[in-house]
Design a protein around this ligand. Sequence first.
Ligand code: ADP
Length: 507
Amino acid sequence: MDSTIMDYNLNIRSIFWRIEKLYKDREIISRTYEGIVHYTYSDFALRVRKLATFLKTNGIAGEAVASIAWNTHRHLELYFAVPLLGGVLHTVNVRFHESEMDYVIKSMGDKAIFMDKDINYKNSTLPTFIFDERYDEDVNSQESTSDFPDVDERQGAIACFTSGTTGKPKGVIYSHRSVFIHSLSLLAADALGISSSDTVMPIVPMFHISAWDLPFSSLMTGAKLVLPGPRPKAEDIVKLIKEFKVTVGVGAPTVWIDVVNYVERENVDLPLKVVVTGGAEPPLGLIKKLKELGVKTYHAWGMTETEAIATVNKSDNIERMSEQGYPIPAFEIALMGPEGNELPWDGKSTGELVARGAFVTKKYLNDKSDAQTKWFRTGDVARINPDGSVKVIDRLKDLIKSGGEWISSVDLENAIMSYEKVLEAVVVGVKDERWGERPIALVVKKPGMDVNEYEIIEYLKSLNRFPKWWLPDKIIFVDSIPKTSTGKLDKKLVREQLRSMLEEKKY
Ligand code: ADP
């Protein structure tokens, strides 16, 4: 029997309606090279309507266009104007190499580029608009577009490429529907529970997985939005939190490690209510420190192919906070064994985490096949507890295989980082003739702390958690650990660096 309900597209227009009609006076704050911009949702909506006319005037309405930009109001305006006209905004990672930018822009078939003025990229064939005062004037001088089409919810709205940590970046196109449902799902009380009384600061970049959809989610519910702008450092972040009374800050664990370190060093407070962190497992020490500072941590898991956050853990039991948590609405999970068999949720069986749902990728850009698989394979190895909470053990490709047994690099890293004199640690496997692979750790000491290899190995032993053969063969002290464009430990680069260090026998 057919339903008797209206056809209603879950699209960006539907979010825009709320912005214009319900939350006129709510605010958006944006840190830019020219200073802080402070405007209301009404001002924002008018700019979006003018920008839409600008897109039409330049013959790029309804097309795919690229943005190479930080978290600012200008970028946010594109997030709406482009999909509202039926086009796709392709957010390009600002940290991509020029050749990768060429590659993704060509693959997407972008017709124009919008970028921040500090981005070092030239494209000889496409019109390029630089975010500066002239751009603002050009947009402001346009008439405002009065009507937007009712774009079909299955059309693309935002595109993003994976970081290319394994091979070439792969394109994913989020639909209007997936953006809408994911944003709504994030608002659920047991997910992030953001409301109109919150002030949200996404530090996760708008150039990667649309800042986990937080800009859409926040505006959908009338929250005050603080965009931290180009290259925000711990000091900038803390300043913005204080000045604009941010309640929810969203960023990778490395960002919060820096912030906590800054706060302790400068002896200042951190008047936040909630930290949402993910992209990598946050060390428990970080969650404890945040708690001491009066901040509650929400631990989230997700990936480019799940439109970012797909599970959330808000447990009050710190020991359980290393779990990635429960699936948010419209997202399903299962655990797959080596033969494609489903494994039980007993907190013991280990297999590949697979997923399906309203914001899960079915195939990559330019993949001509039309096969729809039942489950998307995440490439993460996990266990699922009987209550449905996921525990990710490692990425399949980062697990270290030593003497035929698996060692979790993440477990070792977090154990090393729980030592009071350590700021950061990364563990990777290096080739070993006898064992296949052996773990080696790179460690950054806390400023002013003196610590040696022996002390760390003794500390690991004292935890009584690891068999002897898990302990790293070598600990190398470094000044910093390379990070990916999204602030994660860049294990690919670490492996390359280690390989050349080993060849040159530098340690
Ligand atoms: P890339 O790292 O290439 O940019 P993604 O941003 O899509 O790609 O990263 C997704 C991966 O990051 C996941 O498959 C998982 O391995 C890891 N990840 C994300 N969140 C968490 C988390 N909370 N805990 C552990 N690993 C995580």
